[in-house]
Write a protein that binds this ligand. Structure first.
Ligand SMILES: Cc1cc2nc3c(=O)[nH]c(=O)nc-3n(C[C@H](O)[C@H](O)[C@H](O)COP(=O)(O)OP(=O)(O)OC[C@H]3O[C@@H](n4cnc5c(N)ncnc54)[C@H](O)[C@@H]3O)c2cc1C
Ligand code: SF4
Length: 485
């Protein structure tokens, strides 16, 4: 092993080739190309195979990273795939979009002095290769079970749970109000981070595994939640969080100010070939506009980079803290800067100024104020404080609000008024059983955690599937006829 591994001293870190920013600015294709086989093996061999793998500890799925890196270095890719897919339902998706700098790679021990192993890129390579070579096969359970599970939501939490439950032989039906499968993977995250075919081939795999999909189906409206509970032996709620946080300042009702997810969904739909009137009319299209995005998280980063690709005249990101205190991934900021986005740090909007246009009053500027970071609050984060007399007007024809998401009022939406929620509106669960306040109703993903990450949704979906299996197995045993003495 020692011969093949531990190459980090002599072999520098090399990500797969990144397309030049000038080319990236004009299309929505992913920005990294794939590793060639020998390059993946070379990079995997940089792993130091340390005794306590902090990468694995800090991966929410506790992926067996050192072992699949070693197998990749040795060219044993089929085994690497077996191992990597044993703990992760979507390794090629996580490899593309996990914020590795905060998770596995950020905790790689060789990061101290040498740059980390490119764990995400190798994970993506292993599973993309598995798809190419036909190793990824539909599920054929060892035995079918009569019990069925209904899942609300086809995001990563719902899909991961569906796959795990199907493996155990349950009949799985999954419902979504969207017309496509994938939740934020399909309509939130742009193509340049995750191409849609990657999500769609997963959908096909689940369909071929006999998971049933009911799309365009709003649970609580098109089908009652109580009906779902009657239909299935257990129900999993994995509905995500969609109530966009708003900004209530003078001028916030002007035309040209839109929620970030509406903009991203329109762009993703247009990319998928849908007719999107708001995109075609220019309402949700950045072409030729001065665009200002408010916020500093993943959604804001996706908006600025989408606006660039749509042909905006200028793109600015306004964030009230500084670069080191932003929630979005540093890697994404770097990509955005390369693509021509300007970051206006330590600046907060105060009001929106308007101008007359043929269609009424339209936004023209974001009136903003400079911020100074004061003493840390109870959460440890420095409090933003306005600097007096530091106003500036930032020109804008399109303003996108990317301030985060809260849960919708789920008990009202589902018509399930005894469904318990927390003070934040997320679903309250017993963390041991993952069951909500309703018997046989479980919950997973963002609707439990609040807005989080795909990898955590996968983890929750897997955990929920395990707990549902325990619940249904106990139920099946209880239903067995009692043997006569
Ligand atoms: C713009 C954006 C970019 C992001 N980028 C990243 C990233 O780069 N990396 C990362 O790790 N994470 C990222 N995230 C976060 C990540 O997408 C989420 O944490 C993850 O998708 C949550 O998964 P989920 O399954 O809980 O919910 P979702 O993916 O939100 O799926 C929930 C599904 O439930 C459906 N649904 C809701 N209510 C109903 C109902 N009543 N009836 C029927 N169906 C219903 C919805 O239509 C949706 O399809 C991003 C999020 C956003 C918004
Ligand atoms: S799932 Fe995410 S955190 Fe875990 S190893 Fe893969 S890229 Fe890293």
């Amino acid at each position: 092993m020692a011969e093949r591994m531990l190459k980090f001293v002599g072999t520098p870190q090399a990500m797969p080739e990144k397309r030049p920013a000038a080319a990236r600015r004009h299309d929505f294709q992913e920005i990294y190309s794939a590793y060639a086989r020998d390059k993946a093996a070379e990079q995997a061999a940089r792993c130091s195979q340390c005794g306590v793998p902090f990468c694995q500890i800090h991966c929410p799925l506790h992926n067996n990273i050192p072992d699949w890196l070693k197998l990749t270095a040795e060219g044993r890719l089929d085994e690497a795939y077996e191992l990597s897919s044993a703990t992760n339902n979507f390794p090629e998706i996580c490899g593309r979009i996990c914020p590795q700098d905060r998770l596995c790679e950020g905790n790689c021990v060789i990061e101290k002095g040498f740059e980390s192993v490119t764990i995400g890129a190798v994970e993506k390579y292993i599973t993309d290769t598995a798809w190419e070579r036909g190793w990824v096969k539909p599920i054929v359970p060892r035995r079918e079970r009569a019990q069925s599970v209904g899942i609300v939501g086809t995001g990563p939490a719902g899909l991961a749970a569906a796959e795990q439950l199907r493996r155990k032989g349950y009949q799985v039906a999954i419902y979504d109000r969207y017309d496509r499968v994938g939740g934020l993977l399909i309509y939130g995250i742009p193509n340049f981070k995750l191409e849609k075919e990657i999500v769609q081939r997963r959908e096909k795999l689940l369909r071929d595994s006999k998971v049933t999909f009911h799309l365009n189906c709003r649970v609580g409206l098109d089908v009652a939640f109580a009906e779902l509970r009657r239909r299935h032996d257990a129900v999993l709620v994995a509905t995500g969080v969609y109530k966009a946080r708003d900004i209530q300042t003078p001028g916030s009702g002007l035309d040209g100010i839109a929620p970030a997810l509406d903009f991203l969904t329109a762009s993703n739909r247009a990319g998928l070939g849908d007719t999107v009137p708001a995109y075609e009319s220019g309402v949700l299209n950045a072409k030729g506009k001065h665009v200002v995005v408010i916020g500093g998280g993943d959604t804001a980063m996706d908006c600025v980079r989408t606006a660039v690709r749509q042909g905006a005249r200028s793109v600015k990101c306004l964030y009230r803290r500084d670069r080191t205190n932003m929630p979005g991934s540093q890697r994404e900021v770097k990509h955005a800067e390369e693509e021509g986005v300007e970051f206006v740090w330590l600046t907060a909007p105060q009001s929106f100024l308007g101008r007359n246009s043929p269609r009424g009053q339209r936004v023209s500027h974001v009136r903003s104020v400079r911020i100074h970071l004061g003493l840390p609050d109870a959460t440890g984060r420095q409090t933003p404080q306005e600097i007096p007399d530091s106003h500036l007007n930032v020109e804008a024809d399109l303003v996108l609000k990317a301030l985060g998401f809260d849960p919708e009022d789920l008990p009202a939406l589902l018509g399930a008024h005894d469904l318990g929620v927390t003070g934040w509106g997320t679903l309250k669960i017993d963390w041991k059983s993952m069951m909500t306040s309703l018997d046989g109703v479980f919950a997973a993903g963002d609707i439990v955690r609040g807005a989080s990450l795909v990898v955590w949704a996968v983890r929750d979906g897997r955990d929920a599937a395990e707990r549902i299996h325990g619940y249904l197995a106990a139920k099946a045993i209880a239903a067995l006829p009692v043997a006569a003495e």
